[in-house]
Design a protein around this ligand. Sequence first.
Ligand code: CP
Length: 310
Amino acid sequence: MAGLKRKDILGLREMSTEEIDLILDTADALKDIVNRPIKKLPTLRGKSYVTLFYENSTRTAKSFELAGKYLSADSINIAVASSSVAKGETLVDTARNLEAMGIDAVVMRHPMGGAPHFLAKHLKASVINAGDGMHEHPTQGLLDMLTIRQRKGAFKGLKVAIIGDIFHSRVARSNVFGLTKYGAEVWVAGPSTLLPAGFEELGVKVTTRVEEALEGADVVNVLRLQLERQEKALFPTVAEYSKFWGVGPERLKLAKPDHLLMHPGPMNRGVEIATAAADGAQSVILEQVTNGVAVRMALLYLLLGGGDAA
Ligand code: CP
C-alpha cells in the first residue's frame, strides 16, 4: 500500500476512503506500543514538530506530544499565552519562524474555522488540524472511527446516533464526513437551536427527539454541551437540557444491547451524559483516548516518516 499522498491533514471531508483506511490500518499496527513496557520506536528519530494550540486541550495536545515521543520525534509545545503571539505576532509569522528553526510539522488548534487551511498554504511543513472553530476535528473523527471499526468490524449499515450540541461541534462534522463515506446511517439529535441548517444535505438524518436517534442505534456518540461557545441562550436551562437531551441508562435502553457509548471529552457529567452511563459497561470513552494516541502516531508516521507501518 502506498503512503499518504498529501502534505497536510485538514479535514475528513476531502479525504478518500483509501486514505482513511491507510490511517486506521497504520494506527491499528502502532497501537500496541501504548501498552508496551518500553514505549519507544526509533522510526521518527531526527524529525520534529510543534504543537500550537490557541484553545485549551488535554486529550489532543497531550496525545500528540506522547505519540511523537513514542516514535522518537522531537516536539515542542508553544504556550500561546506566553509566546510572542501575546505581543501581536500573526499566525503566519509565528509558524514561519518555527519553520525557520527546522520543524517538519505544525499541529494546530485555532478558534477560527479555516485557520489551518490558511497556514498550510504558507508553509512547506505539514499542518495537522487539531480542531478549527466549529469546522472540523479530523483526528477526533479518525479516532472515533478506529474505535467503531475495532469493535464493530465495519461501518456500512451501522446506525450511529450523535447527540447534543451539533451546531458548535467540529467533532460531529468530522464524524459525519468520515462515516457517511462508508455507508453508515448517521443521525444527529439535539434541541432545534443547536441543530445547524444543511445537515440533511450531508446524507444525515436530523431530529429533535433524542429517542428517535437512539432507537436501535449501534453507536451513541454524546457531545459536550459547549457552554463557552453559547453566544445567546440557545436552550432554557442546563437542567432542562439534561432532562430532554441528556443520555443516561434509561434512554440507552432504546439503543441495541451491544451499542457503543462514546464521548469525545471533556465530559460535563450530569449534563449531557449521566455518570452511570459514562462509566457503564457499554462505554468505550477511555478506549477512544488510547486510540487517539494510535491515530496521532499513525499521522505523524505517515506524514513525517513517509512509509506504511501496516
Ligand atoms: N476531544 C478533545 O478534543 O479533547 P481536548 O479538548 O481535551 O483536546
